[in-house]
Structure formats: C-alpha cells, structure tokens
Design a protein around this ligand. Sequence first.
Ligand code: AMP
Ligand code: GLY
Length: 423
Amino acid sequence: MRVLLIGSGGREHALAWKLAQSPLLTALYAAPGNPGIAEEATLVDLDTSDNGAVLAFCRKEAIDFVVVGPEAPLVAGLADTLREGGITVFGPSAAAAQLEGSKGFTKDICAKYSIPTGAYQRFTDAEPAKAYIREQGAPIVIKADGLAAGKGVTVAMTLDEALDAVDNCFSGTFGAAGAEVVVEAYLDGEEASFFCLCDGKTALALASAQDHKRVGDGDTGPNTGGMGAYSPAPVMTAEMVERTMREIIEPTIAGMADSGHPFTGVLFAGLMITQKGPELIEYNVRFGDPECQVLMMRLKSDLLQLLHAAATGTLSAVSAEWRDEAALTVVMASKGYPGSFEKNTPITSLPREEAATKVFHAGTALRDGQLIATGGRVLNVTATGATVSAAQETAYAALDRVEWDNGFCRRDIGWQAVEREKA
Ligand code: AMP
Ligand code: GLY
C-alpha cells in the first residue's frame, strides 16, 4: 500500500514509525513531516491546507491511503475532498469533525443521545450567559465554542473569574471560535484520555492514557498542548472501559450515523471519572499529542491494517493487541513555552536509542546538517517499562542525555500513577 501521512508533530512521528513497521506498506510519504519522520518516510513539500493540492499529489503518486494526523485539515474538509476524489482516507468528514470543532455540537449530541456529561447551556450573548452563571454559581466551566488551540476553556473556581471569562470570549480573544460560548457544570474526578477507532458503525477500543496539560511540575502554571503522558491510565479499569464504550462511545457512533454524519477515524474522548462513573469532557477527532506516542509504543498489532479497516468499514474484522508494559513520554519544550520562545536553537546530541526508548521529534528542523528546535514542543523522550515508575526512570535517564541548552521539561510526568504504584 502507498501511504501519505499528513502532519509534522510528535504524534505523526509516532504514527510514521509504527506505519513503517507494517508488512502491508510499500511506500510512505509525509507532508510536511519533520527530521524524525524523515527517517521513516519520504517528505513531501505540500501545502496541507490546500485540499486540492493534496488530492493532486495523491493522484500523481498513486497514493492508496491517506492518514490525517491533526484536526485542522479535518475540520477544513480534507477527508471529504480526498474521498470525493476516490482516495481512501483515515479521518472524519468536516461534518463529523464538528465533534471537535464545535463544543456546542458535541453537547447537543450528548443531550440527544443521553450521553453522560456536565449540564450545559449555549450562549451567543454575554448577559444571558452571565445570568445563567449567577444562577448556577461557581465552580463552573466557560468554553469558547470553536477551536481555540486548547486555550478556550476556563475552569472558574469563583463567580468573578467565570464572568470575566465570558467577557474575554465575547471580546474576540478567540476570534470566531468565541462567537458562541458554552457554560458547563464543573465535574470533579480524575481525568483520562480514551481512544477508539471508528468506521462509521463499529467502534474498536484502543487504549487509555493520561496527559499533563500544565507547563509546571505539580500541575502548575498555564495550560499547554501536553507536557507528557503515560499509558495505560490506571483509573481506566476494565469495568470503566466497558462502561465508557457502552454509555459514551457507542451512543455517539450510533447518534452520528443517525444524524447523517457517520464518524470514521479515531475518536479521542476526554473523560472525567467521577463518583457516578465516566463523563465526557470533550471529544477530539484525532490522536492526542503526546498520547499517541505512548499508544504506539504499546501497540503490537499492525497500525496500517487497523487504520485501513477503520477507513473502509471493516473494523469488525480486526482486533488490537497491546503490550502489557506501560509507556511514558516526556515532552522537551523550548524555554518560554507556552509563551514566547527563541527559535532555531541547536540540539547538539540525542541519546542512542535502545529497545525500550524512542525519541519522537515534534518542532525540529535540520539546518546545514545541524538539528535545531523550531517549535514550542520539540522532542518526546519515550520509554516502556514493567510499571509506569520503571518507564519513567528509563525515559528521564534517556532525556538527561539530550544536549539542548534551550530545552526544558517537567520532572514529574507520571506522578499520579507512580504514587499509586508506591501505595
Ligand atoms: P477541554 O479543552 O474541553 O479539554 O478542557 C481543557 C481542560 O479543562 C480539561 O482537560 C479539564 O481539565 C478542564 N475541564 C474542561 N471541562 C471541565 C468540566 N466540565 N469540569 C472540570 N474540568 C473541566
Ligand atoms: N494532548 C492533548 C491533545 O492532543 O489534545
């Protein structure tokens, strides 16, 4: 199979690394890719926001299958253009990608199909939103409706904070994404990320992970795209997985098909495991980054076969096998991230890879043969181990061999699982 992978992050490096292991693969291209992905794929200089250009490339290179990594091209209809052009693609239509693109859309699906989630209201004006917030009281959660790069959510512990968040959304901070606001009940519990493949009618459970969204140790400081992750998430016991499939994922898949937008691709459920059980915080329509990196380290099955089955409506014929080991990844970011940071700083040395470790590249580039950091999140130092504690130790030992003066990381990735393992 001739495959094109869209994206350039650590997630896509992990996907490329795993796709490259498939006996079904005959050629792997990636656009735009990064130096890590270049070890597995031929990089293509293609404007991935130009759907027509991607289709033309697929035709020219006789691409059989396109795997879309990030959400932006999906929300912009890349999968629709490719499918209309006769190309098999892993990733939802723009209509189905609204599960990530519009929080209000997702909440309405939850309400219609009785999927457990926080009670909510949608608003297009500040005053009624504020009146509702005063009625409900704090803590309460304010969300810009659209894609806001993970920054559109305020978990307000006080009424004043909540009212300010409403003004902030409607003042245009998030552009069009903030034209509508969702106000939602605060859910108390432990968060987990849960991933399933979907082919429009069937869902295949993959695995769980836990992310670390805050930039600082002890979960302090501003939110980021994710500073590290591990898999599996101990809170996602077999019973919790079974309930999540039955109460949340399966009704969503049935509801999307029923409303004329069957979902194909990977469904990433952000869950809060509360006293009552699993509740949906949000959906994403792509793999998590850095959650994908730890999932790929644990996946034993052929990724290409699984993704192709999701894209062709044949998921019920395949199954996913996982290693029993835990996997953990630590993100190294440019100093200053998620604020402003210096670009093009040199990374002078990476650790030698061993069986249990892998460094996935995110915001890196090569300049005159020198590896440089070009992004906020730059490297994902990833390891497996018999326990999360063991994976953590191996990952940090490898990370300490990275030579990059402008890089930093959290030192406590996996702390919740490590504490459980000690107890
Ligand atoms: P989201 O972008 O929807 O994932 O929200 C970002 C983060 O805000 C989540 O990962 C949670 O930590 C938190 N959050 C979102 N919604 C809620 C909620 N209803 N209750 C508590 N925390 C929430
Ligand atoms: N790591 C969180 C995300 O990919 O949205």
